[in-house]
Design a binder for this molecule. Structure first.
Ligand SMILES: Nc1ncnc2c1ncn2[C@@H]1O[C@H](COP(=O)(O)OP(=O)(O)O)[C@@H](O)[C@H]1O
Ligand SMILES: [Mg+2]
Length: 415
């Protein structure tokens, strides 16, 4: 996967505290495992004490590096080397600490020379969980553009969309895409509205009505979506000129008084746009140059078929969440590997996350009424509840575009 080292999500939480629940925010699994191993060795005083210069005590801990940690989908393998003189019994005596840190499914192995330990820690199921407002508010507070992923083996994961631009969410009907979008967008709207402009397009007309009057705009017609895309293009032009003027490479570096907000454009069931070449071209442009300009896409679709997802667009969607896929082929189109087809039908909200490698995660469950209640205080515009119509792809027609729907928001730049 195309991810720079800068893209490796930063650790901003408390990691590896043993004995209790730990929460790791946006952490790389290798770092998490290293942190836990360090904690176990220190808390368990697993070291050899030797006399140093002027009688000073020196603690020699077992040695390991990141290369000694291997992450597989169902397990983490850890190995470390004992200093000569430290007996394996010292490790075995502290086995319980390893269980506390790495879970209950562990296998210990010792090399023939009794110096190198190998531990396999098998993953336990990541359980379903509800969206916890307070916990998530705490987790996102220092992240400029936080995307809440959900729970993984290493705890709650949140990443910064500015570093990992553009998100693709795929999965069969009923696998959990829309709930995940609801949670992601509700977080953005309630936690960082001061720095984000959010636009939502919901061509199936089933999901985004709750964001009306809270997001900058919510559209359900292709023509209105086209207006948003065109406005975003103008905004990108404007931002490009600003960067030129100041000789900078990223909008984040602009002076505070001219720094624009991030723009996030979320499209549910993006496949309905397949035949709109002009829109698809503009989206592709956003996906390739949006990063530096602070413009980001979130696209969801059932099947990432090769015609919709071919080439540039797919490569630019650096983070992918693949909920249950009907076949290994479909999974591969989405995340370049087959894991999403191993997710069972009953495992709602579970997905294969492609971000610094692939791992399973469980999205938070945010009920509609809870999302509504969270969004209510953030409304800037009264909205008359309209009837929600569910259209299938076949029923959908671009001809019933409603000219009366205005494009609201702040996307009004002159070129
Ligand atoms: N994260 C989750 N945790 C628990 N149940 C979930 C989760 N996500 C979805 N579900 C269940 O699955 C159903 C379908 O989810 P939905 O997001 O509408 O699927 P999709 O948009 O992929 O068709 C939901 O109504 C809910 O009952
Ligand atoms: Mg849906």
């Amino acid at each position: 996967m195309l991810l720079s080292s800068a893209g490796i999500a930063k650790m901003v939480g408390v990691v590896g505290s043993i004995g209790g629940a730990y929460v790791a925010y946006a952490t790389h699994p290798v770092n998490v495992a290293c942190g836990k191993l360090n904690t176990v060795l220190r808390m368990g005083s697993i070291y050899m004490s030797i006399q140093g210069y002027k009688g000073r005590q020196i603690k020699k801990y077992p040695s390991f590096s990141k290369k000694d940690i291997r992450i597989y989908l169902n397990r983490t393998e850890i190995s470390f080397m004992l200093p000569i003189g430290l007996l394996p019994d010292e490790v075995y005596k502290k086995k319980d600490l390893f269980y506390q840190a790495f879970g209950s499914e562990l296998e210990f192995e010792l090399s023939k020379d009794k110096r190198r330990f190998f531990i396999k820690a098998y993953n336990q199921e990541v359980k379903m969980f509800d969206y916890d407002k307070e916990k998530i508010a705490e987790a996102v507070k220092d992240i400029p553009l936080p995307i809440v992923v959900g729970n993984t083996q290493s705890g709650l994961v949140v990443y910064n969309m500015v570093e990992n631009p553009h998100l693709l969410i795929t999965g069969e009907t009923g696998s959990g895409k829309s709930i995940q979008l609801r949670s992601i967008l509700t977080t953005l709207l309630t936690q960082c509205k001061d720095r984000v402009e959010l636009y939502c397009a919901d061509l199936k007309r089933t999901e985004f009505h709750i964001f009306k009057g809270v997001a900058n705009d919510v559209v359900i017609e292709v023509d209105d979506l086209r207006k948003i895309v065109n406005n975003i293009s103008s905004a990108m032009n404007h931002r490009g000129k600003l960067l030129n003027k100041y000789g900078l490479a990223h909008v984040d570096d602009l002076p505070e008084d001219v720094k624009p907000k991030y723009i996030v454009f979320a499209i549910d069931e993006f496949v309905l746009l397949k035949k709109q070449n002009d829109i698809m071209n503009k989206l592709e442009e956003i996906s390739s140059v949006g990063r530096a300009l602070g413009v980001f896409l979130i696209l969801s679709l059932q099947r990432a078929d090769s015609t919709t997802m071919d080439g540039i667009l797919k490569n630019n969607l650096t983070v992918r969440m693949a909920f249950r896929a009907s076949s290994a082929v479909n999974s591969r189109i989405a995340i370049d590997s087959g894991e999403a087809s191993e997710i069972m039908n009953k495992e709602k909200g579970k997905f294969a996350l492609s971000l610094d490698g692939i791992r399973f995660a469980q999205a938070p469950l945010l009920a509609l009424d809870d999302a509504k209640a969270m969004l209510e205080p953030h409304k800037w515009k009264e909205v008359i509840e309209s009837k929600v119509v569910d259209l299938t792809e076949e029923e959908y027609s671009t001809e019933d575009a409603n000219e009366d729907d205005e494009v609201f928001g702040v996307l009004a730049y002159e070129n």
